[in-house]
Design a protein around this ligand. Structure first.
Ligand SMILES: CC(C)(COP(=O)(O)OP(=O)(O)OC[C@H]1O[C@@H](n2cnc3c(N)ncnc32)[C@H](O)[C@@H]1OP(=O)(O)O)[C@@H](O)C(=O)NCCC(=O)NCCS
Length: 180
C-alpha cells in the first residue's frame, strides 16, 4: 500500500532506484546536510543496489521512495527506523535531491508519513536527529509539528569539527491539538 499526498506517492524502493539513490547521496550539498548520518565515502550504483536488497529484511524498518505524482520522478528517500509497536514510536530520516528542495515536498512527504503512522497504525511518537546548523531541515520539521526536545552535544564530526544535533519529536496528541 502506497502513501499518497497531494503531489507525492511514497512507495517501496525498487532495485532500479539504486542509480537515483547513488546520484543523490553523491551530491556534496546533500551529503553535507546529513549531519550524523553523513557517509564518509562516495557510494556506487552497486552498493546502493545491495543496500536496497537488504533493506526491508528487518521488520522494524521501512525505506520509502519519495516520488512525484505528476511524472513518477523519484525525489528522494524517507526512512523509518526502530519502529516499535510496544512504544508506538518510530525514528524518521529523509533526504531529497537538491533541485527538489524548498518546494514543500519534504514537509508534504513527512506530514503524509507521520499522519499515516498516527492514523493507520495508532503510533504515538515520531522522532529524529538533525544537525543544529541545518536550518532548512529544522524549519521543515517544525512545519510538520516537530518540536525540539533536547540536544546531543558534539555528537558527530563534520565540516572539520565536532558538531551538535537536536533531537526533535512530534506526538499524535500535538497534531490533534491543532497548530500551535
Ligand atoms: C531537509 C529536506 C528534507 C527538507 O525538504 P524541503 O522540501 O526542502 O522542505 P520544505 O520546502 O518543505 O521546507 C523547507 C523550509 O525551510 C525554509 N528554509 C530554506 N532554507 C532555509 C534557511 N537557510 N534557514 C531557514 N529556513 C530555510 C524554506 O523557506 C521552507 O520554509 P517555508 O515553507 O516556511 O518557506 C530537504 O531539504 C533535504 O533533503 N535536504 C538535504 C538532506 C537533509 O538535510 N536531510 C535532513 C537530515 S536530518
Amino acid at each position: 500500500m502506497n502513501i499518497e499526498t497531494k503531489r507525492l506517492v511514497l512507495r517501496a524502493l525498487e532495485p532500479e532506484d539504486a542509480e537515483t539513490m547513488a546520484r543523490i547521496i553523491n551530491d556534496p550539498e546533500v551529503r553535507e546536510s546529513l549531519g550524523a548520518y553523513n557517509l564518509v565515502f562516495p557510494t556506487s550504483n552497486e552498493l546502493e543496489k545491495r543496500w536496497i536488497a537488504d533493506s526491508g529484511k528487518r521488520g522494524d524498518e521501512s525505506n520509502l521512495a519519495v516520488t512525484r505524482r505528476s511524472d513518477g520522478r523519484m525525489l528522494g528517500l524517507l526512512a523509518l527506523r526502530d519502529i516499535s509497536d510496544r512504544n508506538g514510536s518510530a525514528h524518521l530520516a529523509i533526504m531529497l535531491e537538491r533541485k527538489a528542495w524548498d518546494k514543500g515536498y519534504g514537509s508534504e512527504a513527512i506530514a503524509g508519513v507521520v499522519g499515516h503512522l498516527f492514523d493507520a497504525f495508532n503510533m504515538h511518537r515520531v522522532w529524529l536527529r538533525v544537525d543544529q546548523g541545518n536550518a532548512r531541515a529544522i524549519r521543515c520539521y517544525e512545519k510538520c509539528g516537530f518540536r525540539k526536545e533536547g540536544e546531543l552535544r558534539e555528537d558527530h564530526f563534520a565540516h572539520g569539527g565536532w558538531r551538535s544535533s537536536y533531537l526533535m519529536s512530534v506526538l499524535a496528541s500535538d497534531l490533534r491539538r491543532g497548530p500551535r
